[in-house]
Design a protein around this ligand. Structure first.
Ligand SMILES: C[S@@+](CC[C@H](N)C(=O)[O-])C[C@H]1O[C@@H](n2cnc3c(N)ncnc32)[C@H](O)[C@@H]1O
Length: 226
């Protein structure tokens, strides 16, 4: 079965050098796609809930991949060992939960590719990654009913300095329709937030800050410099 654009964008970032762990796998679509297309040889489909894991097991069995994809009941990466894991995908969860899962897993510091697709709190996830010593290597925007970003990150141990605007851009380029659409959507959200604050208090410093950020993000979305 083909993947949708959001999970395809995740699959594109997988190195497949070793085992791929899909945290919060739900139906197991991503690991089944990766193994059946030869992107990786082995995968772990992990989920905190028994229901999704059962659904993943059925999908894996019907694809004849029981020998290549292990299913694990686990909160984040808590129940999963390093072994030969090359890539960890965490998609379809909130940015705060993704950051917590990363923070709890020490072996992610050991050269593992992190492929992250946050549904919310994207700016906060970027800043947490930088504070934890991860570098954002690449981002890819995609559209599947909504605009999404997929972030590729790796641990370097260096905590970079960043501005608030950096947290809203990350490594997002401003060339493709998806990139522009994603940035414009972020800019619109900031404008709504800023206007709401300024409606309550025309002197609100945060309201002015969000309106200014929104306008800089919009100008970047339209092809301008950061
Ligand atoms: C919205 S689905 C996303 C499924 C798939 N990753 C995707 O992007 O289409 C979220 C999945 O994450 C699982 N989940 C939520 N919190 C989790 C955690 N702390 N550890 C592992 N899985 C979790 C849920 O049970 C659910 O199956």
């Amino acid at each position: 079965m083909p993947l949708d654009n959001r999970l395809s964008a995740c699959a594109e970032m997988v190195s497949g050098r070793g085992t791929v762990v899909d945290v919060g796998t739900d139906h197991g679509y991503l690991p089944v796609f990766l193994v059946s297309h030869g992107i990786c040889r082995r995968a772990v489909a992990a989920d905190i809930n028994q229901g999704p894991l059962q659904s993943a097991k059925e999908h894996i069995s019907s694809a004849g991949l029981d020998g290549a994809i292990q299913t694990v009941l686990s909160d984040g990466l808590d129940g999963i060992s390093r072994d030969d894991v090359s890539d960890v995908v965490i998609a379809g969860m909130g940015g705060e939960l993704i950051a917590e899962i990363i923070e709890r897993c020490g072996w992610l510091h050991d050269g593992v590719n992190l492929i992250l697709q946050p549904m919310t709190k994207i700016a906060q996830l970027r800043s947490r990654l930088w504070e934890m010593g991860f570098e954002i290597l690449r981002e890819k925007a995609c559209f599947e009913g909504f605009f999404y970003t997929v972030i590729l990150a790796k641990y370097t141990g260096k905590k970079r300095e960043y501005s608030l605007l950096d947290t809203y851009i990350g490594k997002m380029d401003n060339k493709t329709a998806e990139e522009k659409g994603f940035l414009k959507r972020q800019s619109d959200k900031l404008l709504i937030k800023g206007r709401g604050m300024l409606n309550g208090d025309p002197d609100s410093a945060d309201g002015k800050l969000f309106a200014e950020l929104s306008s800089r993000l919009e100008s970047y979305a339209n092809g301008g410099e950061v």
